[in-house]
Design a protein. Structure first.
Length: 128
């Protein structure tokens, strides 16, 4: 049995509104049973859309590079490289790159999830 390792350059990129997403950990890629993980990149001025929640689990994001802000259940907070944010189960959230460099974010989900388990909220925006 080989060690379950993947490099992000080997993962398929998905261009989604406001971000590029690469799944790195899930049942199909590394055989994970209890969690999943992806890396997203968000260009300056872009917002991950639409606002969404995870009805069946939690998400933690870790900002690898860049800076911006998060919206969680109507509250806005600044984030920068080194910040970790918990998106509690069922809470509506968004991420925005308000900086001038690409934002790279590691996203961890427990239990494991995929895009089919997101609940979307098209009308939610960051406050002005």
């Amino acid at each position: 049995m080989s060690v379950p390792v993947i490099h992000e350059s080997e993962a398929e990129g998905l261009d989604l509104p406001g971000r590029n997403l690469r799944w790195l950990v899930n049942a199909d890629l590394l055989g994970s049973k209890h969690l999943s993980m992806c890396v997203i990149t968000v260009e300056p001025g872009q917002t991950v859309r639409p606002a969404h929640s995870h009805p069946n689990g939690e998400e933690v994001i870790y900002i690898v590079t860049g800076s911006g802000r998060v919206l969680v259940n109507g509250e806005v907070s600044a984030v920068r490289a080194g910040s970790a944010v918990l998106f509690p189960q069922g809470q509506i959230h968004m991420l925005q790159n308000s900086g001038d460099v690409q934002m790279k974010v590691a996203c961890f989900f427990a239990p494991a999830t995929d895009l089919d388990n997101y609940k979307f909220f098209e009308g939610v925006e960051f406050p002005s």
